[in-house]
Design a binder for this molecule. Structure first.
Ligand SMILES: Nc1nc2c(c(=O)[nH]1)N[C@H]1C(S)=C(S)[C@@H](COP(=O)(O)OP(=O)(O)OC[C@H]3O[C@@H](n4cnc5c(N)ncnc54)[C@H](O)[C@@H]3O)O[C@H]1N2
Ligand SMILES: O=P(O)(O)OP(=O)(O)O
Length: 163
């Protein structure tokens, strides 16, 4: 099973002022026969809070995959990409490129998400936008590539010529 953490980055969510529909949307999209959500948290949009959780979930809990939602845009408090860049060791730019390219076919606002994807240790971190719709439209794009990506991160020697 792929061990997953969902981290919602939202000031309103952290203050209890808005139901976290975005994390619920992410959960719905992850097939239960492959993915098990083990960690879940809501943090305010501060770089420190996001960084602390990402590091703990990667280094202590050793999750396979962390999906963040929210805080990827242009507002002054949107710092999820900066926090993520600060903890990853290798970026996976193709994932963010693919999400933005596919999302642009749905809304021009897709270009406003600065989300990144990258690897810390053996954990893949993927930033998703904040709205439930943004979560769905972005996660759908990377979902088919996630099992193979996670195998490669773990050092699978399997050849991928036919993948
Ligand atoms: N494929 C898509 N890509 C993007 C979309 C989209 O609809 N489809 N939206 C674009 C927009 S618009 C923006 S702006 C950027 C960046 O978004 P952020 O990551 O900065 O999102 P936030 O500002 O944190 O949230 C936006 C909006 O979404 C609602 N929201 C946020 N968090 C939650 C939550 N946990 N539960 C329910 N609703 C939530 C709320 O109305 C916020 O104001 O992304 C583009 N990409
Ligand atoms: O409260 P947040 O952080 O979810 O942000 P927004 O202002 O986009 O609702």
């Amino acid at each position: 099973m792929v061990r997953v953490g969902i981290l919602t980055c939202s000031d309103k969510g952290a203050r209890g002022e808005r139901e976290d529909l975005s994390a619920q949307e992410a959960r719905k999209l992850l097939p239960v026969n492959v993915f098990r959500v083990e960690n879940y948290a809501i943090v305010p949009d501060t770089r420190e809070a996001i960084t602390d959780l990402l590091v703990a979930w990667c280094d202590q809990d050793r999750l396979d995959l962390i999906l963040t939602t929210g805080g990827t845009g242009l507002s002054p408090r949107d710092v999820t990409p900066e926090a993520t860049r600060g903890v990853i060791e290798r970026e996976v730019p193709g994932m963010a490129e693919a999400m933005r390219a596919a999302s642009l076919l749905k809304t021009p606002h897709a270009m406003l998400s600065r989300g990144v994807a990258g690897i810390r240790g053996q954990t893949l971190i993927v930033n998703l936008p904040g709205s439930p719709k943004g979560v769905r439209e972005n996660l759908e794009v990377v979902l088919p590539a996630l099992p193979h990506a996670l195998e490669k991160i773990k050092g699978s020697p399997a050849e991928c010529g036919s993948a």
